[in-house]
Design a protein around this ligand. Structure first.
Ligand SMILES: Cc1ncc(COP(=O)(O)O)c(C=O)c1O
Length: 333
């Protein structure tokens, strides 16, 4: 996708959802199938396109925002910022994003390229909801509360539309794509919209489907995910926390070495959080059934991080980009 493509607002917004489910051949055998749900195939490159679109549409329906007048402001560690910057702009809103400076340089550049104003704070990668130190959330709140007539913060951490995007979209897609055969579902948790929305839907269809939440280690480098020993659980997650049957904790090292492994075995250029999900799926010890994991975005915007972490040199990264299968169509990054 190019900035030119942004002119086709209607066409682009229709492309949110219906992402591919791809078999992970190297993990699968005759008694168990493993699949990745490739959310990078959303128009702005991540699972967060769904939440952003639903939150903006719901706010419009409730008369909370007006095209050409309102400014959307949101604290985010990356993907929600990209999704809101793209989608809200297409719909005629100005967007301001508050982001921790530790987010990848590529992420910040994309948000600016999409025309949003960027504020950086010295927070940890994931804002610690509920803890007093959360500068991103505090800054977004203080800007918004000074001009309530103009500013609107979707507040993805509590917004029910974030849950609904997955309950009525991603969950049914996965059920259909697996022909109702899914036995285990793995997802990382940021706000909890993805895991509770999909988890609640799947449990309604078959209460024996196991829902496994993946969290990174404390003090992690996994953009988009949270560790709940160091961060309070968001309100949205707490509402339906009981859909989660089990937790897996993945270290930075495990996630980064999985990025390499996934590329070698599947030719998929995975993001750190997708690699954490893959690692959890592999380690959980499932010998029978149908296992699906959310690959929330892809590795395209992590060239600098992968260089720093010794995953791929810049030259190796470029070769991977060239040889990768299932790469998202988005050319924003
Ligand atoms: C990069 C990334 N962003 C977002 C999410 C999900 O976020 P949320 O819990 O806010 O729906 C995930 C979870 O898989 C993720 O890996």
């Amino acid at each position: 996708m190019t900035i030119e493509a942004l002119k086709d607002a209607e066409g682009l917004l229709k492309k949110i959802g219906n992402t591919p489910l791809v078999k992970l051949e190297s993990l699968s055998n005759e008694s168990v199938d493993f699949y990745a749900k490739l959310e990078s195939h959303n128009p702005f490159g991540s699972v967060k396109d769904r939440a952003a679109f639903w939150m903006i549409k719901r706010a419009e329906e409730e008369g909370l925002i007006k095209r050409g007048h309102s400014v959307i402001i949101e604290p985010t560690s990356g993907n929600t910022g990209i999704a809101l910057a793209g989608i809200a702009k297409l719909l005629g809103y100005k967007v301001e994003i508050v982001i921790p400076e530790k987010a990848s340089e590529e992420t910040k550049k994309i948000i600016e390229l999409l025309g949003a104003t960027l504020y950086q704070t010295s927070d940890d990668l994931c804002p610690k909801v509920g803890a007093g130190t959360d500068q991103s959330i505090a800054l977004a709140k203080s800007i918004a509360s000074a001009r309530p007539d103009k500013y609107f913060s979707p507040n993805q951490y509590a917004n029910e539309a974030n849950f609904m995007g997955h309950y009525s979209g991603t969950g049914p897609e996965i059920w259909k794509q697996t022909g109702g055969k899914i036995t285990h579902f793995f997802s990382g948790v940021g706000t909890g919209g993805t895991i509770t929305g999909i988890g609640a839907y799947l449990k309604e269809k078959n209460r024996d489907v196991k829902i496994i939440a993946v969290q990174p280690q404390q003090n992690h480098l996994i953009q988009g995910l949270r560790n709940f020993e160091e961060s309070a659980k968001p309100e949205l997650f707490l509402k339906r926390e009981d859909v989660v049957d089990d937790w897996m904790t993945i270290t930075n090292e495990e996630a980064f070495s999985s990025v390499k492994e996934i590329f070698q075995n599947e030719r998929i250029l995975a993001s750190p959080s997708s690699a954490a999900v893959y690692c959890a799926m592999k380690k959980y010890g499932i010998s029978e059934g149908c296992v699906v994991g959310i690959f929330a975005d892809d590795g395209k915007k992590f060239k600098s991080l992968y260089g720093q972490q010794g995953v791929f040199t810049p030259e190796e990264f470029d070769r991977c980009l060239h040889d990768a299968k299932h790469l998202s169509p988005s050319a924003l990054y």
